[in-house]
Design a protein around this ligand. Structure first.
Ligand SMILES: C[S@@+](CC[C@H](N)C(=O)[O-])C[C@H]1O[C@@H](n2cnc3c(N)ncnc32)[C@H](O)[C@@H]1O
Length: 212
């Protein structure tokens, strides 16, 4: 198993969005957080021989992090075709030429509509937070899909989401088994960002979903 630090270093070559869309909240998940999530998922036995689905894959960061641990297969989903092209290029940059990069699949789709049918998948996601546009809990649709598709999910939310995530999980037959905070540095990228850079506190949750 590769170390978390080695995976984070590998992920540093993942290129950021060239022209990030504010409406789609296109932020890169920091390599350290992606490596942390994938490492924990591997320790929990949530990657090996599993289908891993990255909802809102963007640059492919979380999907590529998972692929470093040799899962069954990895599918990255995004509504933005430019993001999917970037994710494909990033996978090729990290893993070299095919066939290694070909083990990842990239699917255009709306994360709110269960675009993948994969019973017992492991879902990873850093969904749009919705905080900037007063659209609190834009991440709810991603959690709904995670609860439908996943046996287990790892989702990244903005600070103060714990109550919301635990209540959502309880209503949908899930249990939060792990929760931790992670620093999320964001550089100036949209006009509404006033500072050159700032650090958000993000929260990461692992949820086990009950299957009947
Ligand atoms: C915060 S970014 C996370 C990106 C990714 N984890 C990364 O590190 O590049 C949110 C991503 O969700 C995508 N997205 C937003 N709404 C979506 C939707 N309804 N369905 C699928 N993807 C969506 C955006 O295009 C964006 O790539």
């Amino acid at each position: 198993m590769p170390s978390r630090r080695a995976v984070a270093r590998r992920l540093e070559s993942v290129a950021d969005f060239a022209e990030p869309s504010p409406a789609l909240e296109q932020y890169l998940t920091p390599p350290e957080i992606a490596a942390h999530v994938a490492h924990l998922a591997d320790l929990q036995g949530d990657l090996r021989s599993r289908t891993v689905v990255d909802l809102g894959t963007g640059t492919g960061m979380l999907a590529i992090a998972a692929a470093c641990f040799d899962p069954g297969r990895v599918v990255g989903v995004d509504v933005d075709p430019d993001a999917l092209a970037l994710a494909r290029d990033n996978a090729a940059a990290v893993f070299g030429d095919p066939p290694a990069a070909d083990a990842l699949q990239w699917v255009r789709g709306d994360a709110a509509r269960s675009p993948i049918c994969a019973p017992d998948a492991t879902v990873l996601s850093n969904p749009p937070f919705g905080a900037q546009r007063g659209n609190r809990h834009a991440d709810r649709a991603f959690l709904e899909t995670a609860s439908e598709v996943g046996a287990v999910s790892y989702t990244i939310h903005n600070e103060g989401s714990r109550e919301f995530v635990e209540a959502f999980a309880a209503d949908a037959g899930g249990t939060v088994t792990h929760a931790f905070r992670a620093a999320f540095p964001i550089e100036h990228r949209f006009d509404f960002h006033e500072a050159e850079s700032r650090e958000l506190a993000a929260e990461v949750f692992r949820i086990e979903w009950e299957r009947s």
